[in-house]
Design a protein around this ligand. Structure first.
Ligand code: FAD
Length: 280
């Protein structure tokens, strides 16, 4: 049986305190020997320097760092510069995205969709990078249809993506159905589940509304009932996510990507409770 492999996603911190916290988080999560730590990239390059600094620090610590790189509002010249900087630092993996279109924005820059950026990166750098792209088990909110969204993933893979990481989901069936549909569509790369711990209901509900991830009614009602009692909400949310991961593991899922929000404790509990690192 294949060994379970984990990856952890961070956002680039803004303050000295945030940087120190992330170092500590990284140390705690490093015990799981993750395949890589990825670092998000703000729309339109708004976090460009902070993303780079965080990525370089991770790489200097001896871990594999995977910068996210989004193309909306970017020019080809800006992307070439980024790619060169990452190659010079021996970065070998990228998470390639379109990014969210800023409201009121007229120009999308030199790239319209993530697939255009995948094609450009392959054209500029050949096989240097392992390219991850985004996938949506409950479908991207702008997709014209479910079938169209799967076609989009297929195009990204056919253009050069090596694997995909999903948007988070709380409905395991949606993920398995999605895997099946992707397989039928001829997609043969790993589609790694993105796992989002539950820290705060209000934020989660707002973000889920935007990104199209459904919070099932039973879960929403349970979470709403905790009100301001964050400690109980987190304890319940951690149990829910441990069970979700355990179900995925038992079904044979070999890779897990965690949206950490730069925190280690909850994720450590989920990994241990779900037995993700247990020898099979
Ligand atoms: P695309 O694959 O380009 O798809 C976008 C939409 O366009 C989809 O609805 C697709 O079906 C549709 N589409 C594609 N091609 C066509 C076409 N030819 N005609 C019509 N419709 C089409 N955002 C950030 O800003 N920074 C990050 O670091 C970041 N990290 C992420 C990490 C993961 C794992 C995930 C899942 C998402 C992340 N996002 C990030 C969010 C992502 O940028 C948004 O979800 C964005 O809206 C879509 O990006 P994409 O790469 O999936 O776009």
């Amino acid at each position: 049986m294949k060994k379970t492999s984990l990856s952890f996603e961070f956002f680039p911190p803004k303050t000295e305190g945030g940087i120190a916290n992330l170092r500590e988080t990284r140390q705690k999560l490093a015990v799981f020997k993750p395949e890589f730590f990825s670092v998000t990239f703000g729309a339109g390059g708004s976090t460009r320097d902070r993303t780079m600094d965080t990525v370089f620090e991770i790489q200097d610590e001896g871990y594999q760092a995977a910068p996210h790189i989004s193309c909306i509002s970017s020019s080809k010249a800006e992307i070439v510069e980024l790619l060169k900087a990452y190659q010079e630092k021996d970065i070998k993996r990228l998470v390639v995205l379109r990014g969210d279109v800023p409201s009121g924005e007229v120009s999308t820059g030199d790239f319209k969709y993530a697939v255009d950026l995948v094609a450009f990166i392959r054209q500029e750098t050949g096989d240097w990078f392992h390219i991850e792209v985004a996938a949506y088990p409950e479908f991207h909110p702008e997709a014209r249809s479910a079938a169209d969204d799967i076609d989009n993933l297929k195009r990204k893979v056919d253009t050069g993506a090596d694997s995909a990481i999903t948007q988070y989901f709380y409905n395991v069936d949606a993920y398995f159905q999605f895997l099946e549909s992707c397989y039928k569509a001829g997609i043969r790369v790993p589609i790694v589940p993105g796992i989002m711990p539950i820290y705060n209901y209000t934020q989660l509900a707002r973000f889920s509304g935007i990104c199209g991830a459904e919070i099932p009614r039973w879960l929403r009602l349970r979470l709403e009932a905790y009100g301001d009692d964050l400690t109980s909400l987190r304890a319940f949310g951690t149990d829910v996510m441990s069970e979700l991961c355990e179900k995925l593991l038992l079904a044979g899922v070999p890779n897990f990507h965690f949206y950490t929000l730069n925190q280690a404790a909850t994720i450590t509990t989920i990994i241990n409770d779900a037995g993700l690192m247990r020898k099979k």
